[in-house]
Design a protein around this ligand. Structure first.
Ligand code: PBG
Length: 347
């Protein structure tokens, strides 16, 4: 038997007895010790800033459900990126916002060479911003029905859903258009099967062999996307996205999705949402060796902002705690609307 240490209370009587080595608190007493033993570290270069771009000049339209997030015209995107670059952020991801008049069933605005996303990419490059420009590749912001590609009616069953293969062809074209306008990374988010292969093929054929793909490989159908859909005006007009986004009750399927995308040529993969899917993130960390990203989505951001506004939680602490958790679960990169605020704290 291991000898027990006798611990005396203030009256000199024995209170408890513990083995002498069980003193985890030794490394917690000072900030220096805590800092030097921290296994998980956040750095601004690991944070990716999502930005919403809309038409116009000098436009900064607040998103009510996402305090601190704005829909910006291209000139304002450039302005914000200059600031973000100074904070040490190395990448941003761009989402296009168009008004209802520009939408149609196929989302053809997404394929126009002078749409807001392309216009912004060119302005950003011209302004000498060296952050990596990632573009979200999807049609839900551009289709009149709000789904992620053109709709088809499945023969015999009468089910209406997104036409997978028709969408693949369109995604290839959209990727090349983004590449031509200056995108540095293409990030398909529509959960079409085969999307990575189709985009890789289209990019290579158009002489963009060097452009990496960050695939939203593991994207669950989630109510946490609500505020984003307000911001981008991309809520589905009928039904939901459960026939193409993943079911939260399936864990093992995440590995299938991730490996399939890597086989098709994805350079980086993403899990989305963040905090509610940390187990999935950890699974993928252990399955795949490609850089792994996690998206702390709009609803996660909105909840923290709302609770903080009520004085119910400490915003800065909760923000850092959630980002640290995502990092600890296995993310190399985190897409977060907190990117600037977190970078400011980290600097
Ligand atoms: C587009 C897309 C969505 C998000 C990122 N890309 C919305 C959706 O799938 O409905 C959500 C991001 C967020 O909630 O912050 N397909």
């Amino acid at each position: 038997m291991r000898p027990k240490f006798k611990i005396q209370n203030s009256k000199g009587r024995q209170a408890v007895s513990v083995p002498p080595h069980a003193r985890f608190r030794r490394l917690r007493y000072s900030p220096a010790l805590r800092e030097m033993t921290a296994e998980t570290r956040l750095h601004p270069s690991q944070l990716i800033l999502p930005l919403f771009v809309c038409a116009g000049r000098g436009v900064r339209r607040a998103v009510p459900s996402m305090p601190g997030v704005f829909r910006l015209s291209p000139d304002q995107i450039v302005r914000d990126l200059k600031e973000a670059e100074k904070l040490g952020l190395r990448a941003f991801i761009l989402f296009g916002v168009v008004d209802a008049r520009q939408k149609n069933p196929s989302g053809s605005e997404a394929l126009r060479r002078n749409n807001v996303v392309c216009e912004t990419l060119r302005m950003v490059k011209k302004a000498g911003i060296r952050m990596a420009a990632i573009t979200d590749l999807c049609f839900c912001e551009y289709t009149s029905h709000g789904h992620c590609g053109p709709i088809t009616r499945l023969r015999k069953t009468d089910v209406q859903t997104v036409d997978n293969n028709a969408t693949l062809a369109l995604l290839g074209r959209q990727a090349v258009i983004h590449a031509e306008a200056g995108a540095d990374v293409i990030a398909p988010s529509g959960m079409m099967d085969g999307m990575v292969a189709a985009i890789r093929f289209a990019l290579d054929r158009a002489d963009f062999q060097h452009l990496p793909i960050l695939s939203y490989a593991v994207k669950y159908a989630s109510a946490f996307y609500g505020p984003f859909r307000d911001a981008a005006g991309s809520a589905p007009g009928f039904g939901d996205r459960r026939s193409y986004q993943m079911d939260g009750r399936r864990r093992r399927e995440a590995r299938l999705e991730a490996l399939a995308d890597l086989e098709q040529g994805a350079d980086m993969i993403m899990v989305k949402p963040g905090l509610p899917y940390l187990d999935i993130l950890r699974d993928l960390r252990e399955t795949a060796n490609a850089p792994l990203a996690s998206y702390q989505v709009s609803g996660e951001y909105a909840m923290i902002k709302a609770a903080a506004k009520n004085g119910w939680i400490d915003e800065e602490c909760v923000m850092m705690e959630t980002l640290t958790s995502i990092k600890r679960a296995g993310a190399d990169l985190i897409l977060t609307y907190f990117a600037r605020e977190a970078a400011r704290l980290l600097n």
